[in-house]
Design a protein around this ligand. Structure first.
Ligand code: DON
Length: 582
């Protein structure tokens, strides 16, 4: 994959496309355009994400000679404008790249605890979690990683100029985006808490405090200025320049712990991904500080010993197995997983066959286990998770693949915007175990590895993954959904790999999750009644959620052998692909 260089065309006259976005014209016949839909053939490169405008921006980058990393960078910046509940500059995430030659890199741009963080910083005088400060305002804000992560990815692997990749996002922020129904709903749901912060309210709410309706124009002038400074000066504009000063001033004024040194000291890190295999396919996934790879690979390794393909996808017997392997993987997660730069984490021994065989031996294929019975000294429950984070998948014409999940933690993060910056800040500190030594059966984990420490990265569940067959990407996937993320990814992978479903069918399957505690299967509303009854008869408690996750993915179309980019319907996503202009 070539490193940074000028666009592959000397005639760099910008043209204005329908979106009001500047792009470099293609320089070789045939003329190429971009097609957007819920499912698009992707032989010449594609992006699948939560938003059609951002997907198209990424695909235009591919059309104009950018590679998968360029498209990912442009898509990520665009989503920060079009999908600000989760697309972000003020959060963090993980970008997994697999180059066409097989080399793979995991870019960890997870947020980091400020140096002044302490393990009991969210406990009140009675030792209880302070429910306001753990979620809202400046105290739950981790040092943002997104700009550093995208910068690092581009510096190492990008081909088009950095400023070219930010230009579409700048134009969208300055000129305004049309509020889509999904965004209108999202703002409305968060309006009461966004209203607590004058700057967030000024940008995202109407003067009377109401959320803007679908169809209204959302202009984000301060965000445009911030993006412009990042385009001109690079990541330093964010971590050392005026943006950093504004973040620190607002944090200090409102009881946060961010300092200039925290921002200047933040580094995105290139790590070796985890690698495993399932039914002969290679699985490339994320190492700590995410648990996504561990939970996914450990679950797959357990499933490998069951004849999954003999069970119907979504049948009670099959869902029971998914729940049981997830239950056990989540126990190992709670006991061991954390930022491996701070605590020793032997992921290899968790995802290996010996551990899988040990767990398989105590799975009853017909009856639910009890979490208490396997958890031993861990008494715990994990808090419910919303669905607010966002995932996108990219492939380019050369076969370079990027899978990226990034987040503010909750939708709209901490619901604060530092004056003049234009973007929402994360509340990712909430992902640490904030009640040291105390786990609960409702889902709170207080185990030691993931306790807060200065400059440590909080444990994540995000699970960007690339599956390869015969040395080529076969499936590129990931999802939002907090602790349900590995379960959503597992559902899609097993749907395709074990059951031979098309990617569309696998994405559409009803999803379930088991996270050890609460000791119950969370399931989507779409799970059939008869299936629910059968699971209850096996001894499972059930809990209904509307939907789980949002998996925008790229796979291989069995009919044509070509790549196909497929958007998840759960949040009206879109796929955009480069096509020859008819
Ligand atoms: O890193 C994580 O795992 C979470 N902060 C992601 C949050 C998420 O997906 C939002 N929904 N729960």
């Amino acid at each position: 994959m070539p490193g940074p260089s000028a666009p592959p065309c000397s005639n760099l006259v910008p043209i204005v496309l329908a979106l009001g976005i500047f792009a470099w014209p293609g320089c070789s016949a045939p003329v190429r355009e971009v097609a957007v839909g819920m499912q698009v053939p992707a032989a010449a490169g594609a992006v699948a994400c939560v938003d059609p405008v951002a997907a198209r921006i990424g695909a235009l980058v591919l059309r104009d000679g950018g590679n998968a990393v360029d498209a990912a960078v442009a898509t990520a910046f665009a989503l920060a404008v079009t999908w600000p509940e989760a697309g972000n500059l003020g959060g963090g995430g993980f970008l997994l790249l697999r180059q066409a030659d097989g080399a793979a890199t995991f870019i960890d741009y997870r947020e980091m605890a400020p140096a002044a963080a302490s393990k009991d910083m969210f406990l009140d005088a009675n030792g209880e979690v302070d429910r306001y400060h753990v979620r809202l305002g400046y105290r739950p804000v981790g040092v943002p990683g997104t700009v550093a992560g995208l910068w690092l990815a581009h510096e190492r692997y990008g081909r088009l100029p950095w400023a070219r990749l930010l230009a579409p996002a700048i134009a969208l922020a300055a000129e305004g985006v049309t509020v889509r129904p999904a965004l209108a709903r999202s703002i409305a749901e968060a309006a009461a808490e966004l209203a607590l912060d004058a700057e967030a309210a000024r940008i995202f709410l109407r003067a009377d405090g109401a959320a803007p309706p679908a169809g209204e124009r959302l202009v984000q002038s301060d965000l445009a200025a911030t993006l412009r400074s990042i385009a001109d000066e690079g990541a330093d504009a964010f971590y050392r320049g005026a943006v950093a000063q504004r973040l620190v001033a607002a944090s200090r004024a409102q009881g946060g712990r961010l300092t200039a040194a925290d921002l200047a000291g933040y580094r995105a890190l290139a790590r070796d991904p985890l690698r495993g295999s399932y039914r002969g396919l290679e699985i490339i996934a994320g190492p700590p500080p995410t648990s996504g790879g561990q939970v996914l690979l450990e679950s797959l390794q357990q499933l490998q010993g069951f004849a999954m393909s003999e069970l119907a996808a979504g049948s009670p017997a099959e869902l029971h197995l998914l729940a049981e392997v997830l239950r056990r993987s989540f126990l190992d997660r709670a006991r061991h997983l954390a930022d491996a730069d701070f605590v020793a984490v032997d992921v290899a021994s968790l995802i290996d066959e010996a551990n899988a065989a040990r767990w398989r031996a105590n799975i009853d294929p017909h009856h639910a286990s009890r979490s208490d019975a396997i958890a031993g000294d861990l008494d715990g429950t994990l808090p419910p998770e919303g669905g607010h984070t966002t995932h996108f998948s990219v492939i380019d014409a050369d076969g370079n693949a990027v899978t990226n999940t990034y987040t503010l933690e909750e939708a709209w993060g901490a619901k604060v915007v530092a004056p003049g910056t234009g973007f929402v800040l994360n509340n990712e500190m909430h992902d640490f175990n904030v009640t040291p030594g105390r786990s609960t059966r409702s889902g709170r984990v207080g185990t030691r590895p993931n306790e807060i420490a200065p400059c440590k990265r909080m444990l994540s569940s995000m699970c960007p993954v690339i599956v390869c067959r015969d040395g080529r990407p076969y499936l590129i996937a990931g999802s939002p959904g907090g602790r349900t993320i590995p379960a959503s990814v597992l559902r899609v992978l097993t749907g395709v790999i074990d059951h031979g479903l098309s990617l569309r069918e696998a994405i559409d399957l009803p999803r379930i999750h088991h996270g050890l505690y609460p000791d119950r299967i969370a399931h989507e509303r779409s799970l059939p009644e008869a299936t629910r009854a059968a699971l209850i008869a096996m001894g499972h408690a059930l809990h209904q959620e509307d939907t789980q996750g949002d998996c925008h993915a790229i796979g291989v179309d069995a009919a044509t052998g070509q790549y196909l980019a497929v958007a998840d319907r759960r949040r009206d996503g879109a796929a955009a692909a480069v096509i020859d202009d008819p």
